[in-house]
Design a protein around this ligand. Structure first.
Ligand code: LLP
Length: 404
């Protein structure tokens, strides 16, 4: 996104024109940004060409996943719904990994029937269940075991997953026991060690520590894993204060690891692929002035974008037109939902705004639409993909008849 002739544009299309034609609130994705992100990701790790499995939970729009597939990516899924979506988008099942602590028997059966690459199991009970189903189907199924490396990802506690108090994966001792257990399970072929320590990680050091733990455990088990799945978690810059993840250092650490262990690396990135491609376009309904603050009441709300209410996350807000006039007043950008947490950001010295103005909430491609809900019985927004000057509706706005 940039300003051209003082107008905010996504790949040449002004957000005002988008708002006029398609209404608000609307999610708009930039194809150009998506392509750049995928190419950069591939380039960062090209020395060992990993299998890149896009994390569908970050954005489950089937049309976007179809575009992502065209770059050769696979998918990381955590439910039968996500698995169906990935397959519908045309992703080769041999590039799909299935994560999650609570896969049901039906989900395991479906994954086996679709012949996906790996089911990453997270407990002994789950391994037993996979073995039972595989035996009934007279098949030998490739699985991974998710290790909890007890590594602090130095990110928000709500999105940290690799510490011993988290529900994810198994600890070192259990992991070693389960490797032995798998060797004796006739319908299972243990092929992968998987980890995922958290999301929005901006410091490479937790990844280095995680790799050290994996190295130690592989040495202890003395087992040859065909795949090492390092999960996702690569963070993006939501504001100027954010540091940037040093991909060179992460790449260096993986290469050092691969000198000792010859395995195929899998990554499961979500946010780093799709996060900064998405913008939520919204209209100001009312401006409510008080002595200390102006409440800018938007037509987008916490049901459309949950991250600020759920994690205290900040997303930049930009006006559709740059007029240069700044006000000294404090602006609190809120939605119409009946909750005090329905607020996006508080800003000082922002450009003067008026009712009916259009604004953009930035970097909402990941965990934006996928976390949206119908709270307050609000309709889910429309989604658009902008490719050069072409605009394509990739999901229609929900209708009341679907809801009521
Ligand atoms: N693999 C596994 C097993 C995961 O649990 C996740 C994310 C990913 C990969 C992708 O992580 P990413 O590259 O996107 O960081 N709703 C939160 C983020 C939750 C992440 C959950 N797991 C947010 O809006 O910040």
């Amino acid at each position: 996104m940039k300003y051209i002739n003082k107008k905010l544009v996504i790949e040449k299309t002004s957000i005002e024109n988008i708002a006029k034609k398609y209404g608000t609130p609307t999610y708009s994705y930039s194809y150009d940004q998506l392509r750049t992100n995928i190419n950069n990701f591939k380039k960062s790790f090209k020395s060992f060409s990993p299998l890149i499995c896009f994390s569908v939970k970050s954005n489950s729009n089937v049309n976007l996943i179809e575009e992502i597939k065209k770059f050769g990516l696979g998918a990381d899924v955590v439910s039968i719904g996500e698995l169906m979506t990935a397959i519908k988008a045309g992703i080769n099942p041999k590039k799909i990994v299935f994560s999650g602590v609570g896969k049901t028997s039906n989900e395991i059966i479906y994954a086996i029937e679709k012949k996906i690459l790996l089911i990453n199991a997270e407990s002994k009970s789950e391994i037993k269940e996979i073995n039972r189903i595989a035996k009934l189907k007279k098949k030998k199924i490739k699985i991974g075991i998710r290790l909890n490396p007890n590594t602090d990802a130095k990110t928000l506690s709500q999105i940290s997953t690799g510490k011993k108090e988290n529900k994810f994966g198994v600890n070192e001792k259990t992991f070693i026991d389960l490797v032995k257990y798998c060797k004796n399970s006739r319908n299972i072929l243990l092929s992968c060690l998987s980890v995922h320590i958290g999301s929005q990680i901006l410091n490479h050091k937790p990844y280095e520590r995680m790799l050290k733990v994996i190295d130690k455990i592989i040495n202890k088990t003395n087992y040859k894993f065909e795949f090492i799945d390092l999960g996702g978690g690569m963070g993006i810059t939501y504001n100027n204060k954010n540091r940037k993840l040093d991909y060179k250092k992460y790449n260096f650490a993986v290469n050092r690891f691969l000198k000792k262990h010859k395995s195929k690396i899998i990554f499961e990135p979500g946010r780093s692929i799709i996060g900064n491609t998405g913008t939520l376009i919204s209209k100001i309904i009312y401006i409510k002035e008080t002595k200390n603050k102006n409440f800018i009441i938007l037509d987008a709300a916490m049901n459309d974008l949950m991250r600020p209410a759920l994690y205290g996350a900040t997303h930049k807000i930009l006006p559709s037109k740059k007029i240069g006039k700044k006000t000294k007043k404090i602006y609190e950008f809120v939605g119409p939902i009946c909750e005090s947490t329905d607020k996006f950001i508080t800003l000082k010295k922002f450009q003067k705004l008026k009712e009916k103005d259009i604004i953009a909430i930035c970097d909402v491609g990941a965990y934006g639409m996928s976390l949206s809900s119908n709270y307050n019985l609000r309709l889910k927004p429309l989604e658009l993909l902008i490719k050069k000057s072409k605009i394509r509706v990739i999901k229609k706005r929900q209708k009341y008849k679907d809801l009521i």
